[in-house]
Design a protein. Structure first.
Length: 223
């Protein structure tokens, strides 16, 4: 997929919402309200569409089983690789059961771990590595959005530009609900949900186009 652009600001959202709502002076919809709704809306968008993808590399160290998250606010991990090999993720309970069955004294070491789990921002591998690999640990994850703190043309949003209209819908729906215009609020909220669903479908289709499936050729089965 092409690189995302991030040029939209909190002022862009505020201006559009206030104009549509009919409160360009900001007497009814305060900056504090819009800031809260923008932050809620960004989180809602990211919870539904994992667009803030990121990748970090760090050293994979011999004898070390635990690693901490990157400094970014990590929403969830998509995949972990050690020296290019994908490592299986398991739940904490599955990890404990695996250890108890395979190596209760935790003596095993290997070039590659078999499994990993995450708890409270700490990633634990088993077994520990027997070789250090510089930048050998690759983490693919989705970031949480950064909260805005002001309505300003200099306050960039965390979401890509293509989600601006959807965020405006979210904030506008909150404003209409505050104004007790529940019918209009429900209509805009439905439009917001439908927009996210369309974006999700586009994301999925883009992934299929980018990683096309190889279908079997009927001639392969000709005898």
């Amino acid at each position: 997929m092409p690189a995302e652009t991030f040029t939209s600001t909190s002022a862009d959202v505020a201006d559009r919402v206030r104009t549509t709502f009919g409160d360009t002076s900001g007497s009814q919809i305060t900056d504090a309200m819009i800031i809260r709704w923008i932050n809620d809306g960004q989180l809602e968008i990211i919870n539904n569409n994992s667009v803030l993808k990121a990748t970090k590399y760090t050293d994979y160290l011999a004898g070390q089983s635990e690693y901490t998250f990157p400094t970014d606010a990590v929403q969830y991990i998509e995949a972990i690789y050690v020296s290019g090999r994908p490592i299986k993720n398991v739940s904490p309970q599955e990890f404990r059961e695996y250890i108890l069955a395979q190596d209760p004294t935790l003596e095993a070491v290997a070039e590659f771990p078999n499994i990993w789990y995450e708890r409270a921002g700490v990633i634990t591998f088993y077994p520990k590595g027997d070789t250090t690999s510089i930048n050998g640990l690759k983490l693919e994850y989705v970031k949480s959005p950064t909260a805005i703190t002001s309505i300003s043309a200099n306050q960039l949003l965390s979401i890509p530009d293509r989600y601006l209209n959807h965020l405006v819908d979210y904030v506008l729906a909150q404003a209409l609900e505050m104004d007790e215009n529940y019918t209009a609020a429900d209509r805009i909220r439905s439009h917001f949900r439908e927009g996210l669903d369309r974006m999700t479908l586009k994301e999925n289709l883009s992934q299929i186009d980018y990683y096309p499936s190889i279908l079997p050729d009927p001639e392969d089965y000709h005898v």
